[in-house]
Design a protein. Sequence first.
Length: 394
Amino acid sequence: MFEISSRKTKNGRRKFKIVLHKIFPDSCVDEAIEAGTEYNRNGITWIQEYCEKALESIKGMSLRCEFLDEDRTEIHGHGYTENADGDPVFENAVQIGTFTKGYIQEVDDVDEGHIIAVIGEGEIDAQCYHNFVTKLDEDIANGKYPYGSVEILHTDENEAIVYKYGYKELGRIPMEFVYSGYALLGIQPADDSAKLIELNEKHKEDLTAMNEDQVKAIIKDTLDEMNSRQTEIESIKETCASEIAEAKEVAETAIAEKNEVEASVEELKAALEEAKAEQKELNEKYDELWAERCELEKALAEAQAKERIANLNNALAEFNEDERAYAAEEINAFNENPLEGEINSIIDKIHIGIGKAAKADADAKAAEQNAAENGDIFEEMHQAPTVEEDGDIF
């Protein structure tokens, strides 16, 4: 999990928060086999007691990427090239950010539910890696999240990472180590929990948190369920008609048999009551299924409303707050009744408002210019020229 703030600081950096890795429960440590029974794809069993001791080493740690293209938007792995003096070297990677702190916290994972994890926070250099951060924003908005992988090294007191019970291929438990870096990956990581889940750019409504594909999936599932229920209702109706016809036939047969053999009147009444009971049961089932269909139609309308609101928000994304104000009334009316609203008319009104504002501004400037040109050429100038304030990147 990885969050990146939508707000840039004055130094051009973007704050981020990353789940470095999942922590496994102490109960998974099996002393009999001297290993952990739960571990990530690299065979590591992270235990909270030992991770807590290494948290301080997260501060100052680098956030890295190995880029595959000149635009620096496509990423690959850790950028590893070789080992030097016993430590790994990542010559093919670049540092795009720095961690400022680390801690342990319970988080919600989209696949595993509640997990305990090591969290790292820091800043990304959004000026040097503008293309990558822009693509990161777009990917997250479309529900596409890159993964990441943490790197660890030995402490100064040891020549190698110390593992509880020693090094093992599967279930080894790092006991004395430091966190040395974190790489965003374009390949499958060792820990599925370490992945990017959302931008820290909260919208006013939870509806916009769903992308178009998610809304369409909800609508499709709802329609499929409605079609399934409708088929079941039609089947029940056919069964009702068939069984009613059969009951009627039974009654008619019973009457005929009574006339022929003077059958008991009580037997005929019993046959009719049984047919009525069956018919009542089928009618109740029909009413139940009809109520379910009404609920599904309501769910469909809600899903369609969410999709319409999401489409409006996408269309409004290119306008700032002042520009949206030209159609504030229409936007509010659309959000209250999205199924009846018209997105194109809202966008048209914004464009008209922008055009009127631009014309008014142009007229004002023209009037000001005419006044300046028709003024007294001998008028004494007492006011010093103003200097437009502007930031200096240096």
